[in-house]
Design a binder for this molecule. Sequence first.
Ligand code: DGL
Length: 276
Amino acid sequence: MQAISPIGVFDSGYGGLTVFKSIVQQLPQYDYLYLGDNARSPYGPRSFDTVYEYTLQCVQWFFAQGCPLVILACNTASAKALRTIQQHDLPKMPDSGNRVLGVIRPTTEIIGQFSQTGKVGILGTKGTVTSNSYPIEIEKFWPQLQVYQQACPMWVPLVENNEHNGDGADFFVQEYLQQLLAQDAEIDTLLLACTHYPLLHKKIQQYAPAGTRIVAQGDIVANSLVDYLQRHPQMEQRISKHALRHFYTTDDTRSFDEQASVFYGTAVQSQHLNLV
Ligand code: DGL
């Protein structure tokens, strides 16, 4: 690979590609490196320590490839690993000036704009929901907002196994939406707080009450990155600009390439990375 300093985009698997798609649409000029840790996904049910350890290992790999900036396009990793990496690990890496950003902060900054009733439902993995990151962060920006959460442990496996259009998806979409709305029927905004869930968007819309606002994160994270790079010209100048995209997976490249296009919209050709 030629010497480049790309933006790193990370997810436990394919989900981050839904965010990556929005990022490259808005910022096509930069070089990018995408890594899906498919061999160890899903991260959702794993412990804090395990998600942190896996995420840090992947972040270190991005840095070793020359990425000055890494986006954790994964809510579970953002909820369970980002703060520790930012506060504990980055300061121990002298003079690099490298940065890691997540998807929770940009989302919580604007989520209150979408609701009329002031009641928002967060749909995420078990890890994201039990971390309480969303209620804690939303409180800082939108103290009046009432926040309800629902873990949807079957949704990532359905999406990863390409079953998001099947009947099993209908069952589990209804199941978790009912559980969420049983907490408060006036919830009018649903945040897809897992980067896999945009693939279930149609079914969620089908079973949510009419008029419910369904918010996905791709454009939110991309807009926030545009803004970040405008505010940090030193970082912006460090990122190489040949419009290159390289894809890596820690699992089988053929399966990755077959599945990835469903999330990314166009065909990809990945390379294998052995981290395990
Ligand atoms: N896509 C990841 C997220 O946004 C989670 C998938 C997983 O459980 O690994 O939370």
